[in-house]
Design a protein around this ligand. Sequence first.
Ligand SMILES: CC(C)(COP(=O)(O)OP(=O)(O)OC[C@H]1O[C@@H](n2cnc3c(N)ncnc32)[C@H](O)[C@@H]1OP(=O)(O)O)[C@@H](O)C(=O)NCCC(=O)NCCS
Length: 315
Amino acid sequence: MTKISVRPIRRDEIGEFAATGTDPKRIDDVTQYVEQMMKQGSIHREWCFVAVQGNRWVGRIAYWTLPKSGKPHAPVLLDLPWEQEQYLSIGAQLLQETLPLMRELGADQIGYVVDTPPMSPQWQRFPQERMKLLDHIGFRVERVTDRFEWQGEKSGLPGTVKLHFRPLPEVGEAAFIEAIMRVSEQTLDRRIRDERQQEGAWTQARLMYTDMQHMTYDPSWWQLAYGKDGELIGLVMPAQNPTYPVIGYIGVVPEQRGRGYIDTLLNQGTVILHRGGADAIRADTDVENSPMARAFRRAGYIRFAKRYEYSLVLR
Ligand SMILES: CC(C)(COP(=O)(O)OP(=O)(O)OC[C@H]1O[C@@H](n2cnc3c(N)ncnc32)[C@H](O)[C@@H]1OP(=O)(O)O)[C@@H](O)C(=O)NCCC(=O)NCCS
């Protein structure tokens, strides 16, 4: 096999990069995604690499982040000659040569998501081959989620109980972090449960709050909900990620679960984003979190995909 080399792309190669390995029907969509991500600072040209064999491009990868984070977070647009056996060795080289560069840029952990079925904007085909490559490199599955989308007026909203909402600027950060810690107790979400065990409940809540701050949001969108006697019921944290408005986090404190309060919280988060101009809102929940999935369905959210969330610690 002719030797493969890996290099970052040049400024005039962005179009070719978007087309490499992309289903020909999707090239415009992928090109638009690359341009939009570069404009928003989620992808930098120096973070886009190609695998070159002779004078042919046989693979590509870009690293993505939330614009305010500053360090690479996860590869996107990974494409390889998936139908040929050599995809595994080319993919391994592409990752093994570029991951250390991401480590130098400050990433101590790298994620990767596989969405099925393939969809805009990445159109990830060949999920089994992707997963085989990730396993081979040492990535581990952290969580599997169902992905939901609310599609504007036509989705409607469930009728809800009245709660008193107080926004972040009024309650302050300490109360908010405390509330994240409370609602995460006995969660059915595997990632949050594992992180609580590793970091401790309060640190996990603080890290989650800090991570969420890397998204775009108005502080008044993040709200705590109280009952009529001033007791804490739960929280909702709507936000905007680089591609979609999302329900970033939502939850009910353990002693208030099973009373349908989640419908009121989800309604509030959906309305906040919808009033801010969103007509499609996305949210993911662990495949084991059936109370949450049922609440999404009641609020008119439609399940559109399954997501495998991988992670690799960089040493
Ligand atoms: C998922 C969650 C928001 C549901 O809120 P809720 O207000 O209890 O929802 P519902 O009133 O519809 O209750 C659904 C049922 O699931 C049960 N349930 C809810 N969470 C549960 C949990 N963590 N473990 C076991 N059972 C749970 C409730 O007791 C209730 O049972 P019932 O119908 O027999 O009374 C809430 O459990 C929660 O905050 N979990 C932790 C945080 C979380 O997972 N957030 C979602 C992240 S995407």
